[in-house]
Write a protein that binds this ligand. Structure first.
Ligand code: BTN
Length: 339
């Protein structure tokens, strides 16, 4: 297979102002677009347009081509195109091997099993749909088949158990950065693990850890993102609080490229933490902090605690300033905005 996907990926980072890609032109024009119009708009030859179209076809896009009329996008790939993901991440440590499932109970559950069996760092379990997707605090994570990104990465950081939770912030910041780069929308982080777009939840991170007190054996970083989910596909109960990248941008996002981009961004952030500590992740989180200076309610065993969110401390704990000015620290818990 040709390495067109990496060309799309690199182009979108280098060109300034960025030119559209062939697929974006076809997406923006539901009818036929002539090869000449595409070639004029991109400043490339007709032959090069034809080659791009063929590469897109090899990636699962159904594109009709009729002489003297041009090209029409008939259908986007419904499944992740794993050869594209593998190609884009070929030199990467995260994505050293992929296990792709059409349907699975939960990628995190499978990753835990594999990690306990000795699967190496960088193994990625990815699924089009989950029967029992798991969320934080015992919640479920639902996503219509083929519309989201649902994956888990096995990590073996060899850090102390007491530091492992900080990887949630690392992963959140890396995923947010990758989404921003691809979908061109701002992404905020709601402590500790929610990805927020337009004040709604677009995704979440579920970190599961195993090991001894002084050393983590493995970490499973589970990531769920509403990518191309339509409003009508969201469970009714979530329609006020959830959003997808497509709903936010009105554009279909290439899930294969986004998955690769997230793995590459996460890899960079992860190895930086292992070499230099978590300062960078903490800084990244602080810059995206959705709750900062908002009135919040933290659910605790003793009942809700209401105050103003005051950022996170160097251990990643949420700081909340109470009405009496006293600042309370939360290491875990469910936080909601307080009206
Ligand atoms: C949350 O916001 O509560 C975290 C949601 C994490 C969901 C992802 S989807 C892929 C991975 N597998 C799971 O079962 N859960 C995580």
């Amino acid at each position: 297979m040709e390495s067109s996907a990496s060309i799309v990926f690199i182009e979108s980072q280098r060109m300034s102002p960025r030119k559209k890609t062939v697929i974006e032109i076809l997406r923006d024009n539901p009818g036929f677009v002539s090869g000449q119009a595409i070639s004029d708009s991109l400043g490339i030859s007709r032959n090069a347009v034809h080659k791009h179209v063929n590469t897109l076809r090899a990636r699962g896009f159904r594109i009709l081509g009729i002489s003297r009329r041009g090209y029409r996008l008939e259908e986007e790939p419904r499944r992740l195109v794993m050869p594209v993901v593998a190609k884009l991440t070929q030199a990467a440590a995260l994505g050293s091997s992929f296990r792709y499932y059409e349907e699975i109970e939960s990628t995190n559950a499978e990753a835990r099993r594999l990690a306990a069996d000795g699967a190496p760092e960088g193994t990625v379990i990815v699924a089009e749909s989950q029967l029992k997707g798991r969320g934080r605090l015992g919640r479920t994570w639902t996503s219509p088949p083929g519309k989201g990104l649902l994956f888990s990465v096995i990590l073996r950081p060899g850090i102390a158990m007491t530091d492992a939770h900080l990887l949630t912030l690392t992963a959140g910041d890396a995923v947010a950065e990758a989404i921003e780069a691809q979908a061109k929308i701002p992404v905020h982080l709601k402590w500790p693990n929610d990805l927020i777009v337009d004040n709604k939840k677009a995704g979440g991170i579920l970190l599961e850890v195993s090991g001894e007190q002084d050393r983590v054996d493995w970490v499973v970083a589970g990531i769920g993102i509403n990518v191309n989910v339509e409003f009508a596909e969201l469970p009714v109960a979530l329609r006020k609080t959830a959003i997808s990248l497509k709903m936010a941008t009105d554009k279909t996002v290439d899930r294969s490229v986004l998955l690769a981009r997230i793995l590459l961004t996460l890899e960079k952030a992860y190895f930086d933490c292992l070499s230099n500590g978590f300062e960078r992740s903490l800084r990244g989180f602080r810059e995206r902090d959705y709750l900062l200076h908002r009135s919040v309610s933290v659910q605790t065993r003793e009942g809700p605690v209401v105050g103003e969110a005051a950022g996170i401390d160097d251990r990643g704990a949420l700081l909340v300033e109470l009405p009496d000015r006293h600042v309370r620290r939360f290491h875990s818990g469910d936080v909601t905005l307080h009206q």
